[in-house]
Structure formats: structure tokens, C-alpha cells
Design a protein around this ligand. Structure first.
Ligand SMILES: [Mg+2]
Length: 378
């Protein structure tokens, strides 16, 4: 089965109320969707993570990667991946838009392969074989301690035993938020803290040490991804709260220093950023060598990324927990059938061939970015 054409769709869903995190206000949700056509009439769907500039991902796919991928046998995924990565690697492009573009193509190729063989990708990966996953509720957005505590209480009552809350703002405000949430849910709920890289290292140490007293489960992205000295300082000072990071990393090479130096307890590759199934499988195997757990990042991405993440998580031996975004994401309306939703903190893995999702053409039309529609039809 050969690749004949790669179609790219830039999608955008404005939000009525922006999502407030430590370092960013998300005013609209974006996705660059990849549809790969084959000579057997089957098509595969993929998604590239995008927070700004979906047109940049499109250009990388159309101008850099499509010439490498079109005409190739869909069964040669790992070789195609290496050839895509090789295009610009020696010129310093081993992160960013290039890897995000590769991710969308890789997901679409695995989807195609699954459809061709009549198998869900979770089975195709011949991994752990989970049919449902432990899922935690992500994430309580920054607000007053009282509002965040009330939300945590509501989620615990829904049956979640793991709940993530945003921090990464002013130190004393965050400490008040953490105190309120812990008090609201009691000692038996795992509470994860996500700073979205909003701290400097000294603040992260103070917050992390307070989190130790509260028995918090993990502290995520305390500082920016490339602040390795900061991660070292935090690791030296915070012992009993797990350190989690990796949604801003792209390859095994990016995770290498974090794992070699023992800086993380949980890695969080995003399948739509860190090279799709092929790239994330390599990262998970690498983390396994250090006995470090995997908790895939999903965040504000669209439903194709979420579906792919479910399959990846189901197959990954070192899976710790699945990030279920419980906040309404309008991009999910692009699907013909909705994704599985968690019940009492567990979520089912889709069982249809490939990643198991189809687009609703009229919804997709609604989300097409202005000025990109004509391009998408070509
Ligand atoms: Mg995060």
C-alpha cells in the first residue's frame, strides 16, 4: 500500500472563556490535521500539536516532508520516520515544527496500517494489551483557592482518584490553592501539580517542599524545559514528590539528560509532538531502561491526538496514568462519533481499526481557519 497524497487541514475553535494557565491564556484551540491518501483508497488521520501558527506546520509537511513520504510503502513506517527526521536534522531542526509535523504524519501512517490490517493500533503495536486505562482529571485551571477546591471536590465525587491542578503563578497564592484542594479532597486522592514552566528554580523548591508536606503526587514542569540546571536544583531539594515533565520534549535525545541524571520520575511525551507512535515508542522504551514511568501528555489538543494517545498508552508497558482533559474542547466536535469518556477514573481504549476515529465533514468545514479552506481542498 503506497502513499499517494498528503492533505493538511488547519483547524481553529475559538473559546468563549480563555483557558488560563501559568504562562499562557489560550483564546482558541488549534489543530493541524493530516489526512494521508493511499493507492488502495484507504485514508489515515493524524494530528500535529499546535498552539500557535498551524500554517507553519502545514508548510513543513507540504514543502519538506511530503516529498519524502509520497510514493512510500505504508508498511515501512520506521524507515519513513528516520528519513523525515533526517531532512533537516543536521541543520539543527531536531525539535519544534519539524517534529510536530513528523508526528501528524506518523500517526496517520499507523492509522492507515491499522485500517489495512483491520486492527486497532493498540493491538498492532503488540504491546501491553490494556483495553482500559487509569485516567486522571486534567486540569483544574488557575482560579481562586475556593473555586479550585470546589472543582476538585466535584471531580473526586465523580470517582476520579487522580486530579491535576494548575499552579505556576505567585508562590503564596499557589500554596493557598494547594492547601485548599488537599483539604477539599482529603488524603486519598492523588493530586498532581502542573506549573506549566511558570516558576524559577527557587520558587519551585519552596512550592515543591510544601507539596511534600501535603503529600502531593507529582510536580509537573516546574521550570522551562531547557533549564536543566533548574531541574537539578529542584531534584536536589525535593525528594518525596515525583517530578514530571516532557510535554515540551521531542525525541529520545531531548529526554536523555533528564533520564541519565535521574531528574524525572515521570515522562510525559505528547504523541502529536514527540514523533507520533514511532517516536513515543522509542521514548517509552528509553524511559523503561531507567524504570521511569510514562504518562502521555494530551492537553489542549484535538480528538485525533487524544485517540492516538489512548492507543499508545494502552500498548506502553510503563504506563502510569492517562491524562483525561475533562474541560470541554470544541474541537472534539470534528469527529463523526465521540471518543470514549472515563467512568470512575477509567477510560476504554477504542477498538475500531486504526486509531478508530472518523471526521464529520460538516464540522471540519466549520473549524477550517479562514484563508486555509481553498488550500485544504487542493
Ligand atoms: Mg502540563
Amino acid at each position: 500500500m503506497k502513499v499517494t497524497r498528503i492533505e493538511v487541514l488547519e483547524l481553529e475553535a475559538p473559546l468563549e472563556k480563555p483557558w488560563r494557565i501559568a504562562t499562557f491564556d489560550l483564546k482558541s484551540l488549534l489543530a493541524t490535521v493530516v489526512r494521508i491518501h493511499s493507492d488502495e483508497g484507504l485514508t489515515g488521520l493524524g494530528e500535529c500539536i499546535v498552539r500557535l501558527g498551524p500554517g507553519a506546520t502545514r508548510a513543513v509537511i507540504e514543502e519538506v516532508l511530503a516529498p519524502v513520504v509520497v510514493g512510500r510503502d505504508v508498511f515501512d513506517i520506521e524507515g519513513i520516520w528516520d528519513d523525515m527526521y533526517r531532512t533537516m536534522r543536521a541543520r539543527g531542526h531536531s525539535r519544534g515544527y519539524l517534529l510536530e509535523a513528523i508526528s501528524g504524519i506518523d500517526i496517520a501512517l499507523w492509522d492507515l496500517l491499522g485500517k489495512k490490517l483491520g486492527l486497532p493500533v493498540a493491538r498492532l503495536l503488540a504491546g501491553h494489551g490494556r483495553t482500559e486505562l487509569p485516567a486522571y482529571a486534567s486540569s483544574i485551571l488557575l482560579d481562586t483557592p475556593a473555586v479550585m477546591a470546589h472543582e476538585a471536590e466535584r471531580l473526586a465525587a465523580e470517582g476520579y482518584t487522580g486530579i491535576k491542578m494548575k499552579v505556576g503563578a505567585a508562590q503564596n497564592e499557589d500554596i493557598a490553592r494547594m492547601n485548599a484542594v488537599r483539604k477539599a479532597v482529603g488524603p486519598n486522592v492523588d493530586v498532581m501539580l502542573d506549573a506549566n514552566s511558570g516558576y524559577d528554580a527557587p520558587t519551585a523548591v519552596i512550592v515543591g517542599q510544601h507539596a511534600e508536606k501535603l503529600g502531593m503526587f507529582w510536580l509537573e514542569e516546574p521550570v522551562v524545559p531547557d533549564d536543566l540546571p533548574g531541574y537539578r536544583r529542584i531534584r536536589d531539594a525535593v525528594k518525596s514528590v515525583r517530578l514530571a515533565a516532557g510535554e515540551g520534549e521531542f525525541t529520545v535525545a531531548g529526554f536523555r539528560p533528564f533520564l541519565e541524571e535521574g531528574l524525572l520520575d515521570v515522562v510525559q511525551p505528547d504523541i502529536a509532538r514527540a514523533g507520533g507512535f514511532t517516536g513515543c515508542r522509542r521514548i517509552a522504551a528509553f524511559a523503561g531502561a531507567y524504570n521511569v514511568a510514562v504518562a502521555p501528555h494530551t492537553g489542549a489538543s484535538g480528538p485525533i491526538c487524544i485517540a492516538a494517545s489512548l492507543h499508545f498508552a494502552a500498548a506502553t508497558p510503563g504506563l502510569l496514568t492517562f491524562e483525561h482533559m475533562y474541560i470541554y474542547n470544541p474541537l472534539h466536535e470534528m469527529l463523526a462519533q465521540p471518543l470514549p469518556q472515563p467512568k470512575s477514573g477509567r477510560i476504554a481504549v477504542p477498538t475500531a481499526p486504526g486509531i478508530g476515529v472518523e471526521l464529520d465533514p460538516s464540522a471540519v468545514k466549520r473549524f477550517l481557519r479562514k484563508g486555509s479552506a481553498q488550500h485544504a481542498a487542493s
